[in-house]
Write a new protein. Structure first.
Length: 432
């Protein structure tokens, strides 16, 4: 009986040891097979914790028939480094990678506490099938660490929504750049197809109601039968601003409609800017002068006339010196704004030198802007006619006996009077 009991005890003892050994082996196997993230960075596993999140996708929402870039962030919230991390995207309809693009991304090491702004960013560029329906679509991703097992993450969500943004007016311009009132110009509009397949029956309408513009030679609508994927097509309209149109920038609304390859219709509204205005016609001339003979100083008045139909703004005028005269006043004058069919003046004081000839050319440099803020600068030679003293008297510009001759007479008379009274005083003293 004792022997049997001992055997029995020995038997149970052996069985218990076997269970302990099996449990230890099972625990060791788990620690070798499962990554640290399964254990939460504690226990038998290494102390790292990997988190993969989707940062965003662009565009948002994604659009059928176009590309979408999906951006993920890989972070390690543990204390130890995670080595040799590999991501693999598992795209399914309606998503696909371009031929030659690998779904596998080798990240390498992610250090402990490499989180937030210093996390590793990974991008995938995916095609969205043109038949994709509207709504949220799942996108799966898996990863592994240091040749461990693959870990499949919870699906990420990408929103898909059809958009008329697959066609855009990429450029609009006119020839000439500024359309003149009453003269024909051309408005060009370039349309770009951003989709991965063709679009068709593209209609572009310029809406000119309430604007001083009109199309000529055609209607206000143009049609393009087909625009291939990624291609640009141009529509053009001949337009004329009304003669009485004010100069400035006009916002022209556009109505654009089209069909995609599947026959889905789209409509969108855009606008383009059209500049209207005539180049200013500025005349610069001499209005009056008080300096008209050689060696004389006086004021001159320069006249600025706006003969055009567009206003002139911020006019500045600068008179340059030459060897024939000096500018005694400030050479720079701010004239300001001049309305259409109006004028302003600027005054300068000059001193004429020994001038040969019957005129002096005054170079006046003007800077100004038109109603559309285009800048202009030019130099105009303003003619200042000169006269001899005799001619000036004959023309009534200078009165006889005036001016310098009057001064000479006064000085001589004063000198004679002084000499007379002094001589008389001497005679009185001699008589005493």
């Amino acid at each position: 009986m004792g022997s049997k009991k001992s055997t029995s005890i020995s038997k149970y003892h052996g069985t218990g040891m076997g269970i302990i050994i099996l449990a230890a082996l099972f625990s060791f196997s788990l620690s070798a097979i499962l990554p640290a993230a399964v254990f939460g960075g504690t226990g038998l596993a290494s102390n790292f914790k990997i988190e993969v999140t989707m940062v965003n996708h662009e565009p948002d929402p994604a659009e059928p028939g176009r590309y979408v870039t999906v951006r993920f962030k890989v972070e390690n919230d543990g204390r130890e480094n995670a080595e040799d991390i590999i991501l693999e995207l598992l795209p399914e309809y309606p998503f696909s990678l371009d031929p030659g693009e690998s779904p596998v991304k080798k990240i390498g090491s992610v250090y402990g506490k490499q989180i937030g702004k210093i996390g590793v960013i990974v991008d995938y560029r995916l095609r969205v099938d043109e038949r994709a329906g509207e709504g949220d679509t799942d996108l799966e991703l898996k990863y592994k660490i240091n040749d461990g097992v693959w870990i499949l993450l919870e699906p990420f969500t990408v929103e898909i929504k059809p958009s008329s943004a697959i066609l855009r007016a990429v450029r609009a311009f006119t020839l000439p750049d500024v359309l003149e009132q009453g003269r024909k110009g051309t408005l060009h509009i370039d349309l770009e197809n951003l989709a991965l397949s063709f679009i068709k029956d593209v209609k572009v309408k310029v809406k000119l109601d309430g604007l001083p513009l009109a199309t000529v030679g055609s209607t206000n609508e143009k049609v393009v039968k087909l625009i291939g994927a990624g291609n640009v097509s141009r529509v053009s309209f001949d337009v004329v601003p009304q003669p009485e149109a004010a100069s400035g920038l006009y916002n022209v609304p556009l109505e654009i409609s089209f069909l995609d390859r599947l026959g889905t219709s789209y409509k969108k509204n855009e606008s383009v800017g059209v500049m209207v205005g005539e180049q200013p016609e500025l005349l610069v001339s001499l209005e009056s002068s008080a300096a008209y003979t050689r060696g004389q100083a006086g004021k001159i008045s320069v006249k600025f006339v706006n003969k055009g139909i567009t206003d002139i703004k911020f006019l500045q005028a600068a008179l340059s010196e030459s060897k024939e005269y000096r500018v005694l006043s400030s050479p720079n004058v701010y004239v300001g704004n001049i309305d259409s069919d109006d004028y302003e003046t600027a005054e300068y004081t000059i001193a004429l030198g020994k001038v040969s000839g019957d005129e002096v050319l005054l170079p006046v440099t003007v800077q100004y802007r038109d109603a559309t803020n285009r800048e202009y600068q030019k130099t105009v030679q303003v003619s200042l006619p000169l006269f001899s003293e005799d001619d000036a008297k004959k023309l009534g510009i200078q009165q006889k006996g005036s001016g310098a001759w009057v001064l000479v007479v006064v000085v001589l008379a004063g000198g004679l009077a002084y000499w007379y009274f002094r001589a008389k005083r001497r005679r009185k003293r001699a008589a005493l």
